[in-house]
Structure formats: C-alpha cells, structure tokens
Design a protein around this ligand. Structure first.
Ligand code: COA
Length: 567
C-alpha cells in the first residue's frame, strides 16, 4: 500500500512507524505538515492509499480528509481530546492511559475511532512514556487499522461520550500554573510528577537560586536535610533540591534569558551559584551492578547526549569494571537512549564550539578504544533504547550488540552538517558488515529498525517487545555466556583477531584518518556542521521535508499511473 505519513516532525514515533511499515513492504513517504498548500501538494504528488498522522500539531485540511482516509494517532484514551494528553494523564495520576487512532474530520481529536489500546501508566517522564508505551501502543493500533482498511468493510466507531468505554474528555492545554511547584507544600512525589509531566517539553518553570529556569530530568534523592526548595548538593550534572519530605535531583535546566537558552546540565547553568556545594554520589547517571559473573555498566545520559566530561567518567568506570572478575561486561546505556553521540548542547554553549567538539570526539574515541581493546573480557552493548550517529558506532565497538526489538537506530552522521564521524567507525563497520553495506548504511541517512539492522549485521540479536522482557532475556543470555565453558576460547580468539587487525592496520591510524576529516568539519572553511548543530540545538523548524524521506519529491521516483475504474 502507498502510505503517506503526514507529521509535524520526523520524531521517534514517526521514525518507528516508518520502519515498521517499510518492513512490511508498504511504500512509505513522509511530508512535514508545514502548511495546507504543502500538505495538499504532497498528497497530489504521492497519491496515497492511506494517510497516517503520527504526530500533528494542527488539524488536517478539509480538502485532504474529504478525499482520503486520514488516521491520526492521539496519545490518549478513547474520548480524550486536546494537545496535552500525556501531561494531564501524569498530573492526574491516571493508572492507565492509552493511544487512540482517529479518522480526521472537521473537529480536532473527535473523529471516528479505528483502533485504541490501553497500558498501565508508569511513573516516568512524558518523553519516556511517549518513547516506550505510547510508541508500542501506536504501532499496534496503526498496524491493526491498516489491516482493517486493507480488508475493507470496517466501520469505525463514532466518538460517543454516552458509551461507558469512553473515559476521556476534552482538556485544555496544560499551563505553567497547572504544574507550578509549591516547594513549601509539595512532597517529593508531587514535585517529581509535576516535572515529569513537562519533560522533555516545555519543562516546569521555577525560580532557582534567583534565576528563572525550566526544570527537567528529575529523580528522587536520598538527602533530607534542607529547607524546602533550597539547593543542597551537586552530583555530576545535577543539583539536589530539598523538599518537605526529602529531596529531588534535577539534572537539566533551561534558562531562557541566558545567552544559552537551551537545555544544559544544571551544574553548568548554575556553575557559579553551586560551586561551593558538596559533590556527592546520588544522581543516577553511571552505576554498576554485578550478578552471576556478569557486570552491568549503566550510563543514563539525558537524551543520550554524551559530553566530554561524561565520556571521561564513563571511560574511568569502564576501566574499573574491566579490572574486576566478571568476564562478561554489559554496557547498558539508559532506558531511553543508549547513546546519541556528542553532546551538541554542551558544545553549542562552549566558548569555542570547535574546541569543545574536538575534546568531545576525542573523549568518546578514548572510550571506544578501551572497549575495542578489552581483550580478556566479552563486551555486550545492550540497547534498551535507541541510538543515533556516533552512539551507534560506539555500541558497535563491543563484541556483541543486542537490542530491544522496538529500538530504532540512526547509524549516520551526515544529517549533522555532513559530519564525517569517528568512534573508529571506519574500522568497526566494514569489519562487521562489509564495505558495500557500510557505505549504504552511512550514506542513506534513514532510520533503521532492528530487523534490518540484524540482517545487515549492525546488531547481533534483537528480542523483547517491552523493556521488562528485554532486560529479563538479556540477563539470561549474558549469564549463559558467562557460564559457558566456551567463553575462554572465544576470548582467546577475540584477542588473536584484534592482534591480527592491529598488525594489518593499527587502530591509531583509523582514528587519525577519521579525526583529520573531523578537524575539517570543526575548523575548516565549510561551516555546515556548525550551522546544522545550531539549528538542532535551537530547534529551528524545518522549512521542508528532506528528500530522503519525502519520496514523492524525489525526481527519480515516479508515481504509478492512475488506474481507471474500467481498465
Ligand atoms: N546532543 C544533545 N541533545 C541531543 C542529542 C545530542 N547528540 N541527540 C538528541 N538530543 C536531544 C534532542 O535535542 C531532543 O531534546 P528535547 O528533549 O529538548 O526535545 C531529545 O534529545 C530527543 O531527541 P529527538 O531528536 O527529538 O529524538 P528522535 O528520536 O526524534 O531522533 C536522533 C533521534 C538520534 C535521530 C536525533 O536526536 C539526532 O539526530 N541527534 C543528533 C545525533 C548527532 O548528530 N550526534 C552528534 C554526532 S556523533
């Protein structure tokens, strides 16, 4: 089927639906909903059988929905309407939430229902719920609706608030006042809920050490010794604020009035104000657990972005783990992302973006080098969450890459202003997948699902439809590896291969050649990388859909001739 994805942006959900539909051999094209004219033009060019809107911020024009079936993904239960579906669900402590697929009509979110699914609402941030439960449920409803559409004869159910199954209702947009924190009254649980309801966007606006900031990335703290609202400690990127019954860690802030008005580590935004505070362990960023001969190194970098400092700390932690007894080390990443490579926001805020880019890529390379040269340990990258750009190649530095089945990879750098990339990808990728496939993967600039990544050799296995299922199976597999008498032989073979590779071409040569290209990206005449990074960090809206995903705008693509009814 020809399916047009009409969307505000090619976000994680849209990417996932894109890969799922392509995997099922649908012909998929994407158009950003920039204005009515552009959307109508896309429909005229592509002539889709079905239009799916995974992520829209405004209504579909009448001239489109009158002539085509348009199914809109709404991240809410049946009957829920409005632009703040998940925000309200979190604020109102809903126990269950859902996704509903509606047929677009004249009234926003009020169309006939093609499918809906519910799930238990975890205590997690809005972005986390969106990337996990909402995405899984949305994929399920979209696939179910496509089957119904293909089979024909399906009559969608009109929205009827008299129906007992319809629990939702129309809700206004959440305002800052709805999630404002009252530090004198709100307990930790309430503070966490309010911050989570606005994380990743827009954040909760609050006053912090005399600065007006938006708060993100909140976690329960163990300290309980401060005046409510006071900032009492720091840990990694985070600051700790006392609440009436304990404390919370806040990892990231956005100070709209500052010269860097985007999300940054809290200790960077408040560098001077918190310099005197004690640095303690507490913010859950890098941690280690060990079980049955397997060491699990967790690194939960907010949004998967890894700054110079984070890469250095992670490298130290990795070296420490490697010195322990466990023969199998699992690199766990975080629950949302495994890694998205360089920390573009921290780079953007640096006095010299070029110098910080250089330091950051070297720090990530140092970490990759340690992983590649861990001859006497078997290293597994376990992708619970997605990975992009350098993060994918960092994962590939391990001996094995295992991914949760719903994970989407973006194994390319080119979208970031034609960045060449490093992380030893010129060594790792051809070795794993062959040169021809390596070129295809890096040039294509498309998201990739796990089935394709497995086929190409970018991952070695994928399993688990949910994070819980993935983690349970991961433990079993890792422990089986650790207990396998064949492990010693595997490690010997690994060390032999590495030595042979080193002899053929030293790792340092790959790094040198990659960094020579990166130096051009950072310091050369072509400013593309700096422009692309600025646009990414400042979230400059795209003025058109990239040709890589807007197939109907690709001159090499020809639509099939219109079939006449009597032909
Ligand atoms: N540095 C800083 N922030 C990053 C980041 C990075 N490398 N990668 C992602 N983020 C942030 C985004 O700005 C966004 O922030 P928000 O919470 O304020 O909305 C959040 O992480 C989620 O990213 P988003 O782009 O919305 O996720 P996605 O699932 O739609 O797309 C990627 C995933 C990987 C395709 C996309 O995030 C991306 O291109 N990242 C940049 C990768 C890169 O070029 N790294 C540098 C070279 S190694």
């Amino acid at each position: 089927m020809k399916i047009l994805l009409l969307t505000h942006a090619f976000n994680s959900l849209c990417q996932r639906i894109f890969v799922e539909l392509r995997q099922r051999e649908h012909e998929v094209s994407v158009e950003f909903d920039i204005n009515d004219r552009v959307s109508s033009e896309a429909v005229a060019l592509f002539r889709p059988d079905l239009i799916i809107a995974p992520f829209l911020k405004r209504a579909i024009p009448r001239e489109i929905w009158e002539h085509h079936i348009c199914l809109v993904v709404h991240p809410g239960i049946r009957g829920d309407r409005g632009p703040s579906a998940l925000d309200w669900a979190i604020l109102n402590r809903e126990r269950h939430w859902g996704v509903t697929l509606l047929q677009a009509n004249a009234e926003m979110d009020a169309g006939d229902i093609w499918a809906s699914t519910e799930f238990p609402l975890r205590a997690a941030s809005k972005a986390s719920l969106y990337r996990n439960e909402v995405t899984e449920a949305a994929v399920g409803t979209v696939l179910a609706a496509i089957e119904r559409f293909r089979n024909g004869g399906f009559i969608p159910e009109p929205l009827d608030y008299r129906n007992g199954c319809v629990r939702g209702r129309l809700r206004p947009p959440v305002r800052q006042a709805d999630r404002a924190i009252d530090w004198q009254r709100d307990d930790s649980e309430t503070v966490l809920r309010k911050i989570r309801s606005g994380d990743g966007f827009p954040g909760v606006y609050d006053q912090l050490l005399g600065r007006g900031c938006y708060l993100y990335d909140a976690h329960r703290g163990a300290l309980s010794n401060g005046r409510p609202g006071a900032v009492i400690a720091r840990s990694g990127p985070a600051v700790c604020r006392a609440t009436v019954d304990g404390s919370v860690w806040i990892g990231h802030l956005r100070d709209k009035q500052s010269s860097h008005p985007f999300k940054l580590p809290a200790t960077q935004v408040l560098a001077q104000e918190v310099a005197h505070l004690p640095e303690i362990d507490g913010y859950p960023e890098i941690s280690l657990s060990e079980r049955n001969g397997v060491a699990y190194l967790h690194f939960s970098c907010y949004n998967g972005a890894m700054s110079t400092d984070q890469c250095q700390r992670l490298r130290e932690a990795f070296i420490e783990v490697r010195a322990r007894d466990a023969k199998v080390i699992v690199l766990m990443g975080g629950s949302e992302f495994w890694s998205n490579g360089l920390h573009l926001n921290v780079i953007e805020a640096a006095a010299s973006a070029a110098d910080e880019s250089w330091a950051n890529i070297n720090a990530i390379n140092d970490l990759a080098c340690e992983i590649i040269t861990s001859g006497n340990r078997l290293i597994v990258s376990a992708l619970q969450g997605s990975a992009g750009a350098g993060g994918v190649f960092l994962a590939r530095a391990a001996d094995l890459v295992w991914a949760r089945s719903g994970v989407v990879l973006n194994p390319h750098y080119k979208d970031m202003g034609n960045l060449y990339g490093s992380e030893y990808w010129t060594y790792l990728l051809p070795k794993r997948v062959g040169q021809e496939r390596a070129n295809r993967i890096t040039q294509r600039r498309l998201p990739m699902g796990c089935a394709e990544a497995l086929e190409l050799g970018l991952v070695d296995a994928h399993f688990g439809d949910s994070s819980e299922a993935f983690l349970a199976s991961l433990r079993q597999r890792a422990e089986a590896l650790a207990a396998d008498p064949a492990l010693a032989g595997l490690l010997t073979e690994k060390a032999r291969r590495r030595a042979a590779d080193e002899l053929a071409k030293p790792l340092a040569h790959y790094r040198e050649a990659e960094l020579a290209r990166m130096q051009q990206n950072f310091y050369g005449f072509d400013p593309s990388y700096h422009v692309a990074r600025y646009n990414f960090v400042y979230k400059v809206a795209k003025s058109r859909t990239p040709i890589t995903i807007a197939r109907h705008r690709d001159k090499r693509w020809a639509p099939e001739p219109v079939r006449r009814a009597n032909a």
